[in-house]
Structure formats: structure tokens, C-alpha cells
Design a protein around this ligand. Sequence first.
Ligand code: CA
Length: 232
Amino acid sequence: MTRIVIVEDEIDIASVVQDYLRHAGYETEHFTDGHSALESIVAAPPDLTLLDIMLPRLDGIEVLRRAREHTAHPIIMLTARIEEVDRLLGLELGADDYVCKPFSPRELVARVRAVLRRTAPGLQGPASQSEAPGLVLDDVHWRASLEGTPLNLTRREFGLLQVLSRHPGRIFSRARLLELAYDDTVDVTERAIDSHVKNLRRKLGAVTPEYDWIRSVYGVGFAWEAQADAAR
Ligand code: CA
């Protein structure tokens, strides 16, 4: 059975979340402080952890940071502050997703399902091109083709495609993309990234209009949709 740990000191929120998750068929375990949660997560990593940030004894960011030294299991952060999201999802802290408070329990369950699906065993391991069947990247010549059709990308678009497609489901902020996909960031603004992503989308869409490969994450950035998700 899929086991989910909930770390939340607000009892009312935790009990509603627990009810919904159990109803959806998950086994749940609840901790009200960061310290005991961390101990349990490290001793026996669950299938997924829902981690609030404002917690007594040890806050959620510290729990996340320390947990990541021992386990790579999926962790969804519960946060009331959108400005924290960038850092949470960055490689520095490595949360898998976040849900902003206040949230609907239904939305939370949907998010749990999505994260479990994309981190399911068959999809784990090093990022590879098999996540996007039909997509071939030539890293030496910055050329890409989709289902045999050359995409005719600019170097910028190629860089974005490289980073996004090799980490399906992972949400990248614009700042992070700027860091990873552009080797010289001098003349690139975060707004320019939006237009490069738009062009990339258009070129991908010309070959496979049935798929929306790149998901916009409101207020944050972009994520690559694994084809299994896109085809859903
Ligand atoms: Ca709290």
C-alpha cells in the first residue's frame, strides 16, 4: 500500500488531508513537529511526504534539507508563501512539487497522484531521452528532431529543450532555466525565456499538435510533460 507521511502542526488541516488521502486509497501517517517527522522519514522513507514549512521544533525547509541527505523519495511542500517556491524547487533544496495554502484537499490529492505517477519506479533513474519517445537531441551540433522531423531550433531553444526534456515533470523557474540552459546570460532577460519557450512550443506543436509538451506553471516557470501524461 502506498504510504504517505503528513507533517503539519495544524490539526484541522492535517485531519482533512488525512481523510481525503485515505479515501483515495493511501495509507497515512501524521507528525506534528519537524523533528519527529525527520527521524521517521530518514529511518523508513515513505512513498511520499507532504511537508508543511511552518512547524515547531524544526521547520519544513530544514526537514527537507536534512531529509535530502538521506532519501530521494518524493516530497511535496505546503507553503503559504509563493516567494519561497523558487528556492524549494531549486536543486539546492530539491522538493518535487509544492501546494500553496490555502488549498483544496481535492487539489492536493490530485497533486499527490501526479507526483507519484511521475516518480513511479519505471520512470526513475537517470534522465534519458526515452522520457520523450521520438525526440532526438544532438548535443554536439545543437540539433533536434521529433518523430524524424528536424525542429530547426535556435541555440537558445535547443538549450531549453535539453534541460526541460531531460527532467520530465520537474518544474524549472525562469531563473533556474537562465542558469542551466544559457551559457552566456549577459543579454538574456527572464522575459526573453518566455518568448524562447513560446517559439519552442510552436515548433514542437507543428510536429505533434496532439501534445502540449511544455507546461506553464503559474507564477513559477515551466515543466516538461512526459508523454504518458500528455496523452492522458
Ligand atoms: Ca504549520
